[in-house]
Ligand binder design. Sequence first.
Ligand code: NAP
Length: 256
Amino acid sequence: MSDPAPSDVPAIHRLSPLPSQTGLTDDEITALYLEGAGDPWLRVNFVSSVDGAATHQGLSGALSNDVDGRVFDILRRLCDVVLVGAGTVRAEGYGAMRVDVASQGARSGAGMTPHPVFAIVSAGLDLDPRSPIFREAPERPIVLTTELSRPEARDALSEVADVVVCGRERVQAERGLAVLHERGLTRIHCEGGPRLFADLIAARAVDELCLTMSPLLEAGTSSRIATGAAPIVPLGLRLAHTLQGDDTLLLRYVRA
Ligand SMILES: NC(=O)c1ccc[n+]([C@@H]2O[C@H](COP(=O)([O-])OP(=O)(O)OC[C@H]3O[C@@H](n4cnc5c(N)ncnc54)[C@H](OP(=O)(O)O)[C@@H]3O)[C@@H](O)[C@H]2O)c1
């Protein structure tokens, strides 16, 4: 049975390739995000203001809304692992990687673990092994780090996570992704942030970008969704679908 749209969340419609007359169910939205997705697959998800800001006062929360949140939760249902840069983990105050009961059911029904694995990318390892991220993790987290990280920090985190060195000064995207693939974590969902995303773009590793355009003008100096080294040739994208809920656009781009 397909979940009906939650009554307290605005209906989501498909604008392209075909218009829908009624709001989409969670199952219909899920099918749209699975269309054409390969395995292995690296999906990246961001929310942005219309003028390109990735944060409001240092956080993404104020840019998000119920429409974005609904798709955010659906995307976590579809992945083996959620990949996040340590800057985002610290700024957004991530806890243990747990999905809600409906998502656990959907994942179990699809033969997946109830919760995705949490993989964190960090050079400095300023991550507290006693934090709920590790202490309350339903799946053992993975920390992708560098040769230059402090050995004592690596040792402390190794008690609560798999710590893997994937580069000298920075985690090399290809090596980090290979570590996940070796563990069977091939459907990768990256929730940012902008510096990690730039590294993934530079490595030409991105298969898909899910971008929520929030109906806000932010101005200021906040970051774009990708900041860092630019690839010599920009990565070309194809618009796979456009969904709309209230004044929010949900754009799904896949690699051209
Ligand atoms: N709008 C959105 O959808 C969205 C999504 C995510 C984040 N954000 C916002 O973005 C801001 C954070 O930006 P950010 O660019 O700092 O985020 P980030 O990419 O998550 O964090 C950067 C940090 O992550 C680690 N890192 C990333 N790539 C690495 C690599 N290749 N090798 C080694 N370490 C790597 C490093 O951690 P260490 O310092 O530990 O070495 C680096 O300092 C926050 O304000 C957050 O709210 C917005």
